[in-house]
Write a new protein. Structure first.
Length: 685
């Protein structure tokens, strides 16, 4: 085999460029075959519930309810002897008491699609497990027919046996002696079973704290030259060994890699051992996979695809798990998980001239009876994107992508299928700030696209106006047609010749007001601010939007310990919610927002319920002024969708006899639908 090009260096911009690559090896959704042509039989949306996948016979990417990050902990042959089941945990978001699936869940194998994508059943909650405080640091493994859960921290190694009959793990056996030699903690680990011992291989960071020390939270993570003031945390590969008889420490921790800097921001490790290859796949926050050969202190290399491209990963907060994804039961494949979908990477059976295994690009893990899933922190807009008369969904997400969900049914009874990526200037959208990101370069793998779909330039075609984690407001014009839209390149809006900036991760509201197209954002004071469009790329200032008493409306809370990046994140929408002819504002917020004042506001002061607010326009469209915010409740009760952020889109799907309805995206990625007549409000005033 021709020797493949080798890539060295770890510059963040290079890594992120690879992660956002639009090459043929980009992970693409793989829906089951036979998706019907539009229209097909849809179903009325259920108020207060996520939108189900109907067009693909209920099959869509696997995800957990109301959790923002998923981690595949391990596999076992339980329901099938041909393909393994998955143990998956929801590591962030809401606990079961609040309707979430945070914790450990079992997903039983159901079958495959024609192109080999694995399909699993709906997640089943595991009743008991002895490591509730951190499910990520767990590996589930089948040994001689029995299933064990292994937990590793910097001080303890714990083991618990799984009882399939009761779907629970028993009490943990705890090592009698405290572990040492792990000063910076375990980032990720895997378990290898021998005849008499269990070897653990793990990633450990090379620094205790990468963030710079700051006396004032308004300081930047960067110096005057734009260089990060902290340390970039690398990780090295380490191992230790335990006796199988009593799980006691046999060999203390020692480094396997030549350096403690094997991978930048490492977060995942999977042991792959077959007749062809033996080593460790390493993953990180930036979409990078590397390969560390076992038994050799050799410089790590990237993983590659069959076309000699660097293998990339969509996920951030990466967790890796080895799996046998074929009936041969050889554990030479692996799953990547984190924020977003679970991706399966299959070993091709080929290696490079240096012996590095070659993998196929990622293929989503699917689920029966699933909901449509755009990835974490979804930001939806409901429009007829393809001009067929049925309302579709365009959504941004934390990965920095924009997705199109086609409605194969009707507006009244929709049937959504799998998504496709929107492109800008012919390239799949993946907008990320890279090295210079508000919360530091370790957050560079997130994009936080917040789109609003409108006719920005007045040509009758739908365009996209948006913001990302960069905090500036941009647009992409539709250079295609109403039925075959094609977005051109991104352009910045300009105010007096400079880019229009506000707080980050804000979805702008856009409306025609008195014959002029206007845009509302959260400005640099995190206050509602109105601008008027004068040209496609130029706006003029129309001032901050005010309460009825003349006070400005801000979204940040009073907190002297507020960390960088906590301001912003609001999602805005103009709508005549109460049918009085004046445009109101609907605002989706994170949990820490405090509208209209830092000292007393919603949703922070109530700290419960749906993080979506209604600001009634008590003036008129020519002279807007707003009443105190009201927080939406569902049928008179609080309805939690998560803490991180809610993004509300006004929509005319379903029964609109009482007014427009709401579609709410949240940290779990699901789209929750609410009928207008089911939404009530509460306020502090």
């Amino acid at each position: 085999m021709k020797k493949m090009m080798r890539f060295y260096g770890c510059a963040l911009l290079v890594l992120l460029a690879a992660a956002c690559s639009s090459s043929d090896e980009e992970p693409q959704p793989t829906p089951p075959p036979g998706v019907p042509e539009s229209p097909i039989q849809g179903a009325a949306l259920v108020s207060g519930q996520p939108i189900p996948a109907l067009a693909n016979e209920g099959v869509a990417p696997l995800n957990l309810t109301k959790t923002s990050a998923n981690a595949v902990l391990g596999t076992a042959y339980l329901s099938s002897q041909s393909y393994p089941d998955l143990f998956v945990s929801g590591t962030y978001g809401l606990a079961a008491a609040d309707g979430g699936q945070r914790g450990v869940n079992l997903c039983e194998f159901q079958g495959k699609t024609a192109d080999g994508a694995l399909i699993y059943g709906a997640p089943i909650a595991i009743k008991n497990y002895p490591w509730e405080w951190d499910e990520r640091m767990v590996r589930v493994l089948q040994i001689d027919g029995k299933v064990y859960g292994f937990f590793l921290s910097s001080t303890r190694f714990r083991v618990a046996e799984y009882d399939a009959a009761t779907r629970s793990f028993g009490d943990a056996w705890v090592s009698n002696e405290q572990l040492t030699g792990i000063p910076y903690g375990v980032l990720a680990f895997d378990v290898m079973v021998g005849a008499t011992s269990v070897d653990v291989v793990f990633l450990m960071a090379n620094v205790a704290n990468h963030k710079p020390t700051m006396d004032d939270v308004t300081e930047s993570y960067y110096d005057s030259m734009g260089i990060y003031r902290g340390l970039l945390p690398y990780a090295g590969v380490y191992t230790m060994s335990f006796n199988r008889s009593d799980w006691q420490l046999k060999t203390a921790a020692q480094r396997l890699s030549t350096t403690e800097k094997s991978i930048l921001a490492g977060q995942g490790i999977a042991h792959i051992a077959t007749e062809a290859v033996n080593g460790y796949v390493l993953g990180n926050k930036f979409g990078t996979f590397k390969w560390q050969p076992a038994g050799k202190q050799q410089v790590v290399d990237y993983l590659y695809t069959p076309t000699a491209e660097v293998l990339t990963n969509n996920n951030v907060m990466t967790n890796l798990c080895p799996i046998a994804a074929d009936e041969d039961k050889v554990v030479d494949d692996f799953i990547s998980s984190g924020e977003g979908m679970l991706y399966l990477y299959r070993f091709t059976g080929e290696v490079t001239a240096d012996g590095t295994p070659i993998y196929q690009s990622g293929q989503p893990i699917l689920q029966q009876q699933a909901n449509i899933y755009p990835g974490s922190l979804s930001v939806p807009t409901v429009v007829d994107w393809d001009g067929d008369g049925a309302l579709d969904i365009i959504s941004g997400n934390s990965e920095g992508r924009m997705l199109f969900f086609k409605n194969y049914g009707t507006t009244a009874a929709p049937a959504f299928g799998d998504y496709s990526y929107l492109s800008s200037d012919g390239e799949p959208i993946c907008f990320r700030a890279g090295y210079y990101e508000v919360q530091g370069p370790l957050e560079a793998g997130w994009g936080y696209t917040c789109p609003n779909v409108v006719d920005w330039n007045g040509d009758g075609l739908l365009d996209v106006v948006f913001s990302t984690n960069e905090g500036k407001f941009e647009y992409m014009l539709n250079e295609g047609t109403a039925t075959e839209p094609q977005l051109g390149r991104r352009h910045s809006m300009l105010l007096d010749g400079l880019e229009l900036y506000g707080v980050w991760r804000c979805r702008p509201a856009v409306a025609e007001i008195n014959g002029r197209v206007c845009i509302a954002i959260m400005d640099d004071e995190d206050a509602l601010h109105l601008y008027e469009k004068r040209a496609d790329n130029a706006v003029v200032d129309r001032g901050q939007l005010l309460l009825f008493n003349g006070n400005k409306i801000t979204g940040y809370r009073a907190n002297t310990n507020e960390s960088l990046g906590e301001r912003g994140r609001e999602k805005l929408e103009f709508v005549d919610w109460d049918g009085d002819g004046d445009l109101d504002l609907v605002v989706g917020t994170p949990g820490q927002s405090s509208f209209p004042t830092p000292e007393l506001g919603l949703p922070w002061s109530r700290s419960s319920g749906m993080q979506v607010l209604w600001l009634e326009n008590v003036g008129n469209n020519s002279d807007m002024s707003f009443a105190y915010p009201r927080q939406f409740t569902f049928r008179g009760r609080d309805y939690r969708l998560g803490w991180h952020a809610n993004a509300a889109a006004v929509c005319m799907m379903g029964d609109t006899s009482h007014g427009p309805n709401l579609l709410v995206g949240c940290e779990s990625g699901n789209f929750y639908f609410f009928n207008h007549y089911d939404l009530t409000t509460v306020t502090l005033w």
